[in-house]
Write a protein that binds this ligand. Sequence first.
Ligand SMILES: NC(=O)c1ccc[n+]([C@@H]2O[C@H](COP(=O)([O-])OP(=O)(O)OC[C@H]3O[C@@H](n4cnc5c(N)ncnc54)[C@H](OP(=O)(O)O)[C@@H]3O)[C@@H](O)[C@H]2O)c1
Length: 490
Amino acid sequence: MGGGRRGGLPAHRLHPWPRRFPPGGGPDGGHPGRRPGASPGSGGWGMSSAVEAARTEEARQGGPPLPPLVLAGCGTVGGALLGLIREGRGSDDLVRSILVRDPARERPEPLPDPDGGRVVTRPSELPVEGGRVVVEALGGIRPALGLARRTLAGGGTFITANKSLVAEHGTELEALAAKSGGRLAFEAAVGGGMPVVRLLRDLPDAARVRRIEGILNGTSNYLLDELHAGRSWSEALQSARALGYAEADPSRDVDGRDAADKIRLLAWVAFGVPPAHVRVTRRGILPDPEALVAEARALGGVVRLLARVDPPDGAGICRARVEPCLVPRDSPWADVRGADNRARVSTARAGTLSVSGPGAGGQATALSLLTDLGDEALRRAGGSGGLARPVFPVRTIVAPDPDSSRAEGHPAERWHLSLEGKIPGHPEIEVRPRLERILARADIRLVDVDRDSGRLRTVLETRHAPRVDLVGERLRALALEPRLLRLAER
Ligand SMILES: NC(=O)c1ccc[n+]([C@@H]2O[C@H](COP(=O)([O-])OP(=O)(O)OC[C@H]3O[C@@H](n4cnc5c(N)ncnc54)[C@H](OP(=O)(O)O)[C@@H]3O)[C@@H](O)[C@H]2O)c1
């Protein structure tokens, strides 16, 4: 991306604050302020003369200072943000109040002095009213939703890493923000450290986004990678948990709900379609991920869980899909390893744009929160220096573009479908004639058929993806367990 005002990464992304001390640390030789209270005057509500001087220095150098903030949640992501703030500023004075469940819990980034009054445990105690900047890294709907409502109703800025919250309640929250002059920002909610929200937000409508595709769930990508490397599902899960990539219950990751939330958010930013109105068809890597990987191996490819969304069609309906796909071994999708993410934005006028990066992880996600905080600093600086620009423009719904409607605008696609050769429980009944009838009724072309050691391997072609889903349902009704992999483009 170029370095212009639109599309370029603002300078504050990499260096949010000029360093107050030369590399090598503060006056005592260590890094200033890593521990709370390490530098005089850094832990309280008042601003020390050192901090004042730093702000003056920042202002002199042209970058607006980050605003004071309230931090809801100080776990993996919130803790990493606190660490980055301490590292960048030399103190955590900017963080006025922190909400956690258990202040006594040991954590990699220690909380500020518990006697300083800045750490609270009840959401109602968190001072979010009065136009504050609130960074939410709690997760889940409650109490995050209540905090978001209070913040935005009071004209404040709510910066969140919480995709479920925005996917479920984004429209309501955005309406609150529009009414009160507040602001909702969620760069960190999609793709962790991969700046895909920013990429879409900064693209002018005139670029005409035709499709957004992505590997948006790092957990399932890691698990698939492990299976391709020859591990069993239980070994892969165990190592994903040990590395912090999978929670105790990873069902939202492996059944595609997490990726579905994220693709809804991208549709909102790109097309202005409220997340709740995006129709997502979802198939995760379950019920048998090992079989999917074996299938892909036999075909010389790799399985990836791809999400995609197209602009609203002629009837104004915005459709998205999340499904396991077969990608060539040498494709950029196969190159996305471990818990990384990748997104590809196809446009009519700006070619194809791609971003990739760590899809999760405390530091990477905290950097995205910091990016939104940097925007807030620019916004608060107003017109001074001409840096401020509109933030998260909620687009009016992009007018349906006849050329981009899915059936006509994209070439026919292919699916690999493999299934048992005989109807289960009826070894005398061949599946093939049944399959052919189902496909004929759905007007799906059968491009290739191969009978291999009792299984039927086929390639189907259609421009109408939902028909393939219907075929899958009909086959399951016959007690068959079809393995379906969309053959993705490179
Ligand atoms: N982890 C990632 O790699 C990643 C990546 C992208 C987005 N996200 C999103 O970031 C958000 C935070 O994730 P995380 O991994 O940082 O979670 P986490 O490690 O579990 O941290 C959650 C924090 O919120 C606090 N908390 C939770 N419920 C609370 C309640 N009812 N009252 C008070 N405090 C409460 C916890 O307090 P205690 O510390 O006392 O337990 C903890 O500090 C989630 O929305 C997640 O989807 C995470």
